[in-house]
Write a protein that binds this ligand. Structure first.
Ligand SMILES: CC(C)(COP(=O)(O)OP(=O)(O)OC[C@H]1O[C@@H](n2cnc3c(N)ncnc32)[C@H](O)[C@@H]1OP(=O)(O)O)[C@@H](O)C(=O)NCCC(=O)NCCS
Length: 332
């Protein structure tokens, strides 16, 4: 007879204990952007809400940005690095297939033997990482998880492409997730539609790009992405509230992936969120930082006093794949 396996007990739930972010120094204004593409400050602001974005410099490699954001999240959470037993990094701009960035980050932070791995879920990456952190804490796989969403999208942006150059930007956001008897992370609603894989994609895989000496870049067909985000993803956002048992008027903060202010406006109409809800609009100053956008926005709202610890926030990420994920969380 097969011996029964011992199951390690986990916690009832998890919560975000602290967050941190890293914003690259170099500001690229719409005026500077218009020296690279045929566009105007007015068009970019009207169509997307973006006023400026940050592009990382040579002295701000991805590992530096993830480590800085992580240190700030660890400090905010007031946890010991000795307690962190899992590290998950979400990024599509770590330009090496192996090794993953997470173990390198763990070593950089001096962590002791944590589980460490990367996930590739584009602009939904942070919410995917949070779903995984929550799950492994509830099933006893870890007690304290560092999750990071970070991108140097400027490395994969064609600076002369007027359909993407003004959107994409760089940055990093991190969170510490710990066990909690009162759940502070609600059920994830997530999914994918690979039949639309070609609407946001790399122009070439790295093997084909190497002989040309040209880095591949991100191609995007904006219209279908916009349509999907304002219909299917808006429904998914409603579903998150339903599955968490939260009415729109019980929510304090809405932090959608910062892809386009018009997408955010459309989601707000769809969700019928009351006026008093604080809505993240960090795209104005940060552009679209993909996996980093949700945690960077969370840090910003908490830092500028628009949102407060203990409030309830709906977060949702969506992007290339196409993939999406979101949950309701209690802010740290
Ligand atoms: C990219 C996006 C802002 C483009 O906006 P849009 O309204 O779809 O723009 P269109 O491509 O239809 O172009 C509209 C007009 O603006 C012009 N235009 C396009 N890019 C322009 C630019 N950078 N500057 C100025 N004009 C531009 C077009 O030529 C077109 O002109 P016309 O009407 O004279 O033909 C929009 O599609 C979008 O935000 N999509 C979703 C992107 C997204 O969320 N991506 C991330 C997911 S992770």
């Amino acid at each position: 007879m097969t011996a029964p396996l011992t199951i390690r007990p986990g916690r009832a739930g998890s919560r975000i204990a602290g967050v941190g972010s890293y914003l690259p120094h170099r500001i690229v204004t719409n005026a500077e952007m218009c020296t690279m593409i045929d566009s105007s400050d007015e068009w970019i602001q009207q169509r997307t809400g973006i006023i400026e974005r940050r592009w990382a410099s040579d002295d701000e490699p991805l590992i530096f940005m993830v480590a800085e954001a992580s240190r700030r999240a660890i400090e905010h959470a007031n946890v010991s690095t000795d307690d962190i037993d899992a590290v998950i990094v979400a990024s599509v701009t770590h330009l090496k297939a192996t090794p993953a960035l997470a173990p390198i980050l763990a070593a950089e932070l001096g962590l002791k033997d944590p589980a460490a791995y990367d996930i590739s879920a584009a602009c939904a990456g942070f919410c995917y990482a949070l779903a995984q952190a929550d799950a492994i804490i509830r099933t006893g796989g870890a007690t304290t998880v560092l999750i990071v969403g970070a991108e140097r999208l400027s490395d994969l942006t064609d600076k002369s492409d007027r359909s993407t150059a003004f959107l994409f930007a760089d940055g990093a956001g991190a969170a510490i997730v710990v066990g909690s008897d009162t759940p502070g992370v609600g059920p994830v609603v997530w999914g994918s539609d690979g039949t639309q894989a070609d609407v946001i994609t790399q122009t070439a895989d790295f093997r084909d790009a190497v002989p040309t000496g040209q880095m591949p870049t991100v191609y995007m067909d904006g219209k279908p992405v916009f349509r999907w985000a304002t219909t299917f993803i808006a429904d998914a956002a409603s579903d998150i509230l339903a599955q968490t048992g939260i009415e729109p008027d019980q929510l304090d903060v809405f932090i959608p992936h910062q892809a386009n202010n018009r997408i955010t406006d459309s989601m707000l109409r769809h969700l019928k969120l009351p006026e008093h809800i604080v809505v993240a609009r960090t795209i104005k100053r940060f552009g679209n930082t993909s996996a980093a956008s949700v945690p960077m926005a969370m840090v910003e709202l908490l830092a500028n006093g628009e949102a407060h610890s203990g409030q309830t926030a709906l977060i949702i990420g969506f992007g290339a794949g196409l993939v999406y994920a979101g949950q309701v969380v209690v802010l740290p």
